[in-house]
Each structure stands twice: as structure tokens, then as C-alpha cells.
Design a protein around this ligand. Sequence first.
Ligand code: AGP
Length: 590
Amino acid sequence: MCGIVGYIGKAPAAPILLDGLKKLEYRGYDSAGVAVLHEGKLSVVRKKGRVKELEGCLEPTGSVGIGHTRWATHGEPSERNAHPHVYGKFAVVHNGILENYHALKRECEERGEEFLSETDSETVAHLLSFYYEGDALSALQKTTARLKGSYALAVLCTDHPDSLFLAREKSPLIAGVGEEGLYAASDVPALAGKCHLLYSLSDGELAELTRKSLRFFRGGEEIEKLPLCVETMGDIPEKGGYAHYMRKEMGEIGSAIANSLVDFASEERFFDFNRVLCQTEYIQIVACGTAYHSGIAAKYAIESLARIPVDVTVASEYRYCDPIIRAGTLVIAVSQSGETADTIAAARLAKERGATVAAVTNVPYSSLTEISDFVLETRAGREIGVAATKSFNAQLALLYSLAAELARTRGRGGNFQALRLIPALSERVLSEAEGIKNFALGIAGAKSAYFIGRGADYCAALEGSLKLKEISYLPSEGYPAGELKHGTLALIEKGTPVVAILTQSALAEKTMNSVSEVYARGGKVLLVTSLPEYTDRKEVEESILLPRCEEVFSPILSVIPLQMLAYYTALARGNDPDKPRNLAKSVTVE
Ligand code: AGP
């Protein structure tokens, strides 16, 4: 959340910063700002709203600067809370949360210093001024020593027109070297095409970028760092003729699945991991949001195919629930971005307690991969839409491969054959799923919506509901079908949309009982099913027929029409599905 950029070099800084911010806008888009240092003076422009609001307002001269695109944590989205924050000789952009900022702010105010924003970040500019005695790097060192929480910082000082300073603790920060100068950004794509060398700062590290050199420091000492080896993530992709990234990314589901299926048994790179799999007796999955739903789908698959117990916990709860790790425990942390603060903290805790930790992530150079014992890379390609789509299908492909491998090592067969059919089936579902548009138009004016399913279908219900609520802003719930009658049924009235997912033949009649209960109260039912015999039932207003696949793997297909439903409902309600309000793609704060 929040994107930061920095540049120092030969070229005018403003257009470079603006370009970088546009590429980082998926990290936050409620306000943006830029500071450029020229002839000893800071020129700062901040605007409420999206990065494009800065266009035409920036200082054209000056070849050193910093920029920020914000996702508000402390203080409403407004111009005065937008970054950069300036105090004395310093301008600062910050991504993260300073947990002790109340105490620090009080300390500054007791010295008579006036604060202009409600942010935690402004405190950093005040502390820098307080500790500054002519050496900005040393002031940054002393300042960061006082901070608790998470931060990626980029700092300018008017006394040092040829330097840009960086610091990182638990928030991602990359420095890069290019032909035109030196760069900094929260994420690699903002620097794509500009740099031939990229470095990821680790926690506790500082950097000074000058027009000619890039130096890293830890604990006051200069250190050597190796550049990143970034093969997979290029520039931010174009929309490729689609109106929105989300729809384009749904079109890539087939290849995301195909590229993320893994044959653990035959690939040499998994040799050590396979040994761990053979010794695994218990699995804990930690993740947030959509990735958490992948974990639930994986639980159904692993338990049913391999008979290994799996617990799935929301990462923000895991970190405070005093988890029990025994011998043979494998912890799988699932995160598209690999930067989700709660998931990283949960993985770190599991490691401290002796677990082997495997990261399932779409970003192989992320913070999560740094702390994990094994990295299982989903190959969905970069996902820009804030609502996760193809990355979810890719996570399922990888986790189902894992379930199949665990089953194989336990002598229970593998079901790889069934997995290999899924990419082609997903293409069929995608073309059918467009037919959901009508239902989407029909529910756009509803007060709320419900998603129900049993067994593996429950996971699809959860994900369908999350998708709908996050981009259409229609209140929605995903429920195990059998649980509806224990309370939520009270909310069903004439016309309430209910999406029932029905792919588990042994549970189909049971779920249809729930559908009948909904119908009896006037609910309007959309059935997403692979069982054609149910589509004509009187209780069903509309249906989408899925191709059959191994039933325990069915969420990888049944979620596709639900993603499409969310997309078209969001459009019908006039929302931008790529940038839902209040959300950001990468949640790097607790
Ligand atoms: C999904 O559509 C979300 N926007 C969100 O729930 C996301 O899945 C969650 O924040 C986890 O992100 P991660 O996979 O990058 O860790």
C-alpha cells in the first residue's frame, strides 16, 4: 500500500517520477505528490485523487526528486495528508505504519514544532530535522532507530542536492541503476526499462543514491549487496484492447493455470522440497483475502486426496493465536504479491517456532520469499487489477499439484491427469461465463447478495462473494449452504440474489434443499453447476453449466463465472473494477 518513487540523475526528475507513480498506482490511489529539489529549493506538489491530478503542475527543472501515491492509514485522503511531508530542510515520502508515532509526535510538539497533517509519516521529517547536524545519512540513521513499525522511506535534504536517501523496515523498497541516473521504487515494474541493475533493500538497511554512486548501509557500516536477478517481471503490461485489467486478466486464466501446474516428482528443483513433503504430517496454511480462499480450496484437496490434516488460518489471526508447531509441520504462506504484511509476519512466526515454511507467491523476489525455506512460484504473470482473478486460479493450480504430489507420496495415486485437463476446460468456462451479464444487470440494484456451496463449493462461494463486494460494493456473504438456515436465511426476501455453486455430486441434493429454502422465501437463484440435471429445476432462475472435472478441483473452474459476475455488476453500478474504493493491491501494513 502506498507507492514511493525516487530519482537522481541527468534528466528532469518530474516526468520520471510521474511515470513511476502511474505504474505504482495499484498500491494506492487516494492522493499523490512529488517533491523536486532544484537550486537548493524544494518544490512540492500534492493533490487529492489519482496520480493524473499532478500532470501539468510539476516543476519542470530539477533532476532529483521523490514521489508518492497514497492509501490512507492515518488521516483522511486529502491534500494536506498527501506526501511528501516537509519539515525544515527535509522532504519525506513513506510507505508503512509507524506504531509509536503518537509518542514521537508529542515529543516534537513539546519542542514547539507544528504539524501540518494528521499522518504518522510527518513525524519522520520532524525527527530528521531534530537529529540533523550537517550529515543527512547520520540523521536518517538516528531517526530510523527511533521508529517502530514498518517503513520504506525516501528522503531529500536541501543541503544535499546531489543525494537521495532511502531506508527500509518491513516495507518493500528497490533501488536501481540506469543510463539516465539512479532510481528508487516500491516495486520492480516502476523501474522496468530504466534500470540494468536492481537491488532490494533488506530490513534495517539504508541507502544513499548520488548522481554517480549507490551505497548501502547497515548499522552505520557500508555493506556490499548483490543485484536482484529479475527475469520474470517486466514492465507494467498494457490492457491489450480490454477496457479493464481485470477483464484482461480473466482472459489469461488458462495460461496462468497451465503455467502454474507443477510436477513436483519429476522436476529436479523440487528435490529438497519433496523430501520435506514425504515427512510432512500436518499442514498449516496462512494467507489473507483471496489467497486465504485458495488455502481453503487446498485443504479440501489435500485432506481428500492425501489424508493429511490441514488447518487454514487468516494470517492476521495466526500471528496472535499462539500457533502450535510440532515435528512434521509444514506451513504454507500463500500471497500473490509476497508483500502482505500479515502473511509475512505469520510466516516469520511459524519459522521462529520451528516450522518449515513454503511460500506460494506470484512474485519470486518478494519479502515473503526472503524469509521462506522454499518458494513455490505461481506463474500467473503480473496482475494489476486490485481484485485478484488469474492469480487465484494459478494458486489453485499449484496447490492442487501439491495435493496430488502429497497423495502420490502416500501411495494414493496422484490425479495429475485430471489436473492437466483443466487449462483447456477453463477456456471453455470463460467463454460461457460471458453469459452471466444478464444476471449481473438484474442484481445491480439489489440490497445484498449471498453465495452458497457445500464442500469444495464453499470455497468458491467465499471467493465469489469477496469478488462481488470488493468491486461492486454490494454487501454480500459467502456461506456453507447448510449454515444458511442458522441465521442468514432471515435476510432472504423477494428478489434477493443467491448464487448456488453445485459441483459435488454427493452433496448436490443437500445443496438443492438450501436452494429450495431460498426459493420459498422469494430469493432469485443463479446456479453455477457441472451437473446438468439441476439446471431445469423450478427453483433456478438462471444457470451456468460448467464442464465436469475431478470434483475436488472444481473451484478452479466454478470461480470463473463468479469473477465475471462481479466484473459486470461493478460495471452496471458505474464502478471502476480495477481500482475499487478504499483498497490497494498490495497490503503492506498490518
Ligand atoms: C482480492 O481480490 C484482494 N484484493 C485481496 O483480498 C488480496 O487477495 C489480499 O490482500 C491478499 O493479497 P496477497 O495475495 O498479495 O497476499
